[in-house]
Write a protein that binds this ligand. Structure first.
Ligand SMILES: NC(=O)c1ccc[n+]([C@@H]2O[C@H](COP(=O)([O-])OP(=O)(O)OC[C@H]3O[C@@H](n4cnc5c(N)ncnc54)[C@H](O)[C@@H]3O)[C@@H](O)[C@H]2O)c1
Length: 287
């Protein structure tokens, strides 16, 4: 078995993927930055090389199964092993459901969910063959609970958590580790690049940036530590389990917070107020 450890990171050219790529390279792993953005990817390779690491950019569009398959198989054939696959490429999307089109749904499902499925489908049999490997799928805290006004994003991330935590147990008999990485607020371009349908993106981002942001570098170290511990879910939100327990015991607290989120995001609406739902919403909802 060749000794050079290798890792592929989709969406590796920016933000969280970029920080994970640099951290893996610093640990001696040959990092394949698989991204749709060639110029950012090539820049990162130069930076990694300048720091003494080993890396290559490979173009990929995660919405295309054969593009993902080809990158994974090419790396496996060349290096004779695949130690890590990070299915990390993703986009964000805010919007009230009635403002979204099916094209919006398709776009985010194709990148955030199908992109992950294509990666898993291509890498899992190879890892099974070699008897080891770690698949890390980037989900989100939005995959662990409700995210009003970002229901499509939350849908994709819940699906990624479901896929990943199920496969975690299915894969362990074959020596394969599988983890869901669930960031909360990490300071990356995703907020500026994301879509806000019929909402004022600047105002939303103002609200988002009021949250405590983690740096991508700090998050990468945190995520890799979680992978070393083979956690099914790697999430930096302190007391997440405690919050789950609190919400289970006192569900009205979660409802209160979610309604507040709705209210705050709706204040950024660019749709005429006549078209906006009246507030307070579902005051008498019996749940
Ligand atoms: N930043 C956060 O606070 C946060 C929170 C929760 C989850 N996440 C998740 O983390 C992951 C990384 O996000 P980020 O914050 O680093 O964002 P980012 O925008 O900095 O990076 C996303 C990367 O994905 C690439 N990409 C987009 N579409 C692609 C495609 N079709 N094919 C290949 N590459 C594509 C982009 O070129 C970019 O390099 C995403 O899955 C995101 O949903 C981020």
């Amino acid at each position: 078995m060749p000794t050079q450890l290798t890792g592929i990171i989709t969406g590796g050219a920016s933000g969280i993927g970029r920080a994970i790529s640099k951290e893996l390279a610093a640990r001696g792993i040959f990092v394949v930055i698989a991204d749709i953005n060639a110029s950012l990817g090539e820049d990162l390779v130069l930076e990694i090389h300048a720091n003494g690491g080993k890396s290559r950019y490979m173009p990929v569009d995660v919405t295309d199964a054969s593009s993902v398959h080809n990158v994974i198989h090419a790396v496996y054939q060349e290096f004779g092993r695949l130690d890590y696959l990070f299915n990390n490429a993703g986009i964000s999307m805010y919007g009230e459901l009635d403002q979204m089109s099916l094209e919006h749904w398709k776009k985010i499902m194709d990148i955030n969910l199908w992109g992950v499925i294509y990666g898993v489908q291509a890498a899992y049999p190879l890892m099974k063959q070699q008897g080891f490997g770690h698949i890390a799928n980037t989900a989100s805290v939005a995959g662990l609970g409700p995210t009003p006004t970002a229901s499509a994003y939350s849908t994709t991330k819940h699906a990624v958590v479901g896929l990943t935590t199920s496969l975690h147990y299915e894969a362990e008999a074959f020596g394969i580790k599988v983890s869901a990485i669930c960031p909360s607020h990490v300071d990356t371009p995703i907020f500026d690049n994301g879509e806000a349908i019929s909402l004022d993106k600047n105002k939303i981002n103002e609200q988002v940036r009021k949250q405590k942001m983690m740096s991508p570098e700090a998050f990468a170290i945190f995520a890799l530590k979680g992978l070393e511990q083979n956690k099914p879910i790697v999430c930096p939100v302190p007391l997440r389990r405690t919050m789950d327990a609190v919400f289970a015991l006192f569900p009205f607290l979660q409802r209160k917070i979610m309604r507040m989120v709705c209210r705050v995001v709706r204040e950024t609406s660019v749709v005429k107020s006549d078209d906006s739902p009246a507030l307070p919403v579902h005051k008498n909802t019996p749940f």
